[in-house]
Design a binder for this molecule. Sequence first.
Ligand SMILES: Nc1ncnc2c1ncn2[C@@H]1O[C@H](COP(=O)(O)OP(=O)(O)OP(=O)(O)O)[C@@H](O)[C@H]1O
Length: 115
Amino acid sequence: MRSLKDKFAYAFVGLKKGVLEDRSVKLQCFIAALVILFCLFLPLARWEWGIVLLLCTLVIALEFVNSVIEKCVDLICPHYDERAKTIKDLMAGAVLFVSLAAAGIFVIILGGKII
Ligand SMILES: Nc1ncnc2c1ncn2[C@@H]1O[C@H](COP(=O)(O)OP(=O)(O)OP(=O)(O)O)[C@@H](O)[C@H]1O
């Protein structure tokens, strides 16, 4: 049985790998950092900060899941396959959907503050 400490250590290795080595996760982290930096200059209420941080977390977490699924597909199916394409395209669509929804919510929250 692995200790709780070991489990956290492995999870931190995964977190570090995603943030430092995965291009898409890195990009989402960079965008989230820009949004948070921008928000620091706006008079946001606590609940608005909550939504901003929740949305950033959601998009980054989904990008992690996207990368995991891409790696699983590459492992199982290293050659061209329509089913592999469908899986990857669907997952990319999910990330796009959540990212667009997050961008829309940011515009609603931050737009009012900027004006
Ligand atoms: N094994 C495969 N068979 C068929 N089509 C594939 C396969 N692998 C990838 N594709 C197609 O290529 C697209 C890009 O796949 P890829 O794995 O390069 O994702 P990516 O988002 O570019 O990854 P990265 O995070 O490495 O930039 C997929 O959305 C899919 O349409």
